[in-house]
Design a protein around this ligand. Sequence first.
Ligand SMILES: C[S@@+](CC[C@H](N)C(=O)[O-])C[C@H]1O[C@@H](n2cnc3c(N)ncnc32)[C@H](O)[C@@H]1O
Length: 220
Amino acid sequence: MTDNEEIYRDILDGLSVYFGSALISDLLDTTAQYPSSALGNAFNRNQMRSKVWLVDKLHDLTQGRLGTVFILGGWYGVLSSILLNDRRFDCDQVVSVDIDNSCKLVAETLNRRYVADRKFLAVTADMLEFDFPIEKKSSRNAVIINTSCEHIPDFDTWYRRLPGDALITLQSNDFYSCSEHINCVSDLTAFKQQAPLRECLYEGELALKKYTRFMLIGRK
Ligand SMILES: C[S@@+](CC[C@H](N)C(=O)[O-])C[C@H]1O[C@@H](n2cnc3c(N)ncnc32)[C@H](O)[C@@H]1O
């Protein structure tokens, strides 16, 4: 470990104590175990602002009582970790689905205290083919989150397959210059056209460094 890495590790370790934060402590161990992952990107300022915005609005709308939460394009399970470590929320289970099989172990390490009792589950799958294991009676409490809409080529097909009753939370952005972003939207109006909701409970935009992120929450 370089001197700089040791300094940052000590600071994060101290901050986890100061804030009583399981998330920081688990992040520290996950970074040590997977030093070549892109956890730095996943925890950068723009990503964290976008996710804090999401959980705050979700809390306003639900008062924190959530059924099964499906996070599609869940990457390293950062949003899962934020939700599971936020005492305002009571989730039956959080399922993080990502097509990249290198994400599963990192996500399980970051959320390791929730793996044994299956509060957290990481699944490697293509969201375009993922079948939601939701029983009809509990479908209204289910939450489907996709903060990676800008990454999905055949968005319409994916959107059409979503179960109607679940609470849907979507984020996209206008960050066209990133080569992996093949489905950006220019503004909130374009996002609403792409993802029409019969009951829109929240719509908004967040100006970030380099791009604007858009969010829709509602029922299809
Ligand atoms: C860069 S990351 C996340 C960006 C987003 N702003 C966020 O934080 O949620 C995009 C993730 O979507 C995943 N992904 C892309 N296409 C997917 C698909 N068809 N099914 C599941 N995951 C997918 C990628 O593997 C990657 O982990």
